[in-house]
Each structure stands twice: as C-alpha cells, then as structure tokens.
Design a protein around this ligand. Sequence first.
Ligand code: SF4
Length: 341
Amino acid sequence: MNKKPIISCRDLSVHFPIGGGLFERKQFVRAVNNVNLSIPQGSFFGLVGESGSGKTTLGRAFLRAVPITHGEINYSDGEKDYDLVDLPKKQLKEFRKRAQLIFQDPYAALSPRMTIRDIIAEPLEVMNLTSSREETDELVREMAHKCRLNLEHLRRFPHAFSGGQRQRISIARSLVSNPRFVVADESVAALDVSIQADVLNLLKSLQSELGSTYLFISHDLSVVAHICDMVAVMYLGQLIEVAPTRELFSAPRHPYTQALLSSIPNLDPDHQSDAQKLKGEIPSPTNPPSGCKFHTRCHYVVEHCKVVEPLLEHPESSHDVACHRWEELMNIKEIPVANLA
Ligand code: SF4
C-alpha cells in the first residue's frame, strides 16, 4: 500500500512516572518506546499484542489524549496538516474535529440520562459543527440510518437497547462529525460473538462509504484478519512486525508473531497447528530487558540478541520485522500458517 500516511510517528515514546516518594527512586512505565509507524490514508490498520503491550497508549497518543514524552507525530489528511506534539490548544481543538475514538464498552460509554438523539448530537454541539438545531437533527438522523438505527430509537434512553445496538449508537456518535481518522479500541471485545460480526461489518462498510482511516486495536487476531488491510504487532511498548494482513498471517517473520498466530484456534481438523508456548510472562515495562525485548521468552535467542536491540529498519517497507535472525529462522523451521478461510 503506497498511499500517503494520514498519521505517522517517529521515535515516539510515552512514559508514565510511578512511585517517587520522599525516599523512593522515581520509576517510569515505558508504555510506548521509540515507535516509528505510518498509517496509510484510507486504510483499516490493525494493532495487535498482548494486554500490557502498549497498544491502547499508542492509539491515545495519536489522538493526543496522553502526554508525549518524546518524539514526533504528524497528521495530514490532504486538507489539514498538524504537528501533533507541539500543537497549541486552539489547533488541538481543530484537530479533535478530525479524529475520534470508538470506545470499548458500549455500556459505560453512553450516559444513561441522555436520549439517543442527544448522545449522537453531542459532538456536533460541543464542537460547534452545525449552525441550527434542524441541521444537527438532519445529521443525527442520517448517521442513525447509516448505523441501522430506527428514527424512533432516537427518543429512547440507552437502557432500552442491547449490547450490539448500544455499540452502534456509540459508533454513530463517534462518526457523526465525519472524522478523517478513527481509533477503534477493542470496539467489539465486550460484545457477544454472534453480534461481533455484525458490528465489524458495519464498521467496514462505514469506512468505505465515508473514506476515513481506522486504527483498529485488538487482541483478537481472527477479528484483525477479517477486517484489516495492514497489521502492526506490538510487544512491550515497541513494534516488532508490520505487514499487509495476508502476508503477516501467511508468512509471519517474528517468533512472537508466529507464537501468537499458532495460538488461534482452528475448527478444521485437517488444519490443526501446534500452539507454540511462550516462555514465562511479559516482562515489566518499568524494567524492560536489554537488547531484544522479547529475548527472555524467545526459543531462538542467542547472546547477540541479549545485547543488541533489533529495530524495524525500514518503516516504509511493506513487511518489516525487528529480529536479528528472522531470515535464518525462516529457512530452518516450519512457520505456522494461519488459515484465513
Ligand atoms: Fe528471538 Fe533474537 Fe529474534 Fe529477539 S532478535 S526475536 S531474541 S531471535
């Protein structure tokens, strides 16, 4: 995919201070550490990793919803360009009209005291995007229709709706201002499996209809395989592999990605692969290991890995990996292939 990036970051770090009492040494949780990433315009870009890998913090850094410790974030949608790290308050408000977040939990995201009409209209009113109540109502009705909500639903309160309907209301509220960049953080994780496909298909069809770009954060690889064009894999605050979805799922290069993919359950008895067990737990982000951050759990670690950190060398290339030995490993062992059928 050679499209221009809508958002890109260079050497991006987000560290949160913890401790630091009178006699305590101040420590930092390195939630995101020296990340370089470009998200092409119009793409449905997946970000995957275990809990605690930093994917939510990276998504929020792109929305300027967490303080940035170090690095650059640039946004450019063809109409507006922003240097997001040094953005004055007034311009940050302008940027927020172009970028939105879809929340994970549709039960917590909707105020129980507001009607569905008021919930969906809220971003338009807060950001002064319309000039009259009639115009607001028109946009609310249009977006409710796109999200398969009835006009009669607009008069009701959230408690009258199921989980899937609430998530569609939440999506309508996030998209009513026509954002160019949307961060969907585990947006189907709280829903029943039977409803997930419905909400995913809605997101995908809205993306093609409205032409926006999505950063889709998920720990569920089968969902990512179904919906995303490109995927980045995150481990302990760093990106370790970025590739087009089909390539990543059919020929993963990083041992961590291979282990993640091998753990996807497959119902087809002819395509069972042995899940590769990772050694131990993900290390603490306050005190990450030296060299390759994955070396404490990698079956293929050598001394060099413990000392020298492998980097994503070519952030512009379509399939990039941060592992010293990936070429060698691809030749010596059978790589588990995820069945996307
Ligand atoms: Fe494993 Fe070494 Fe590659 Fe890290 S650099 S993933 S430790 S082989």
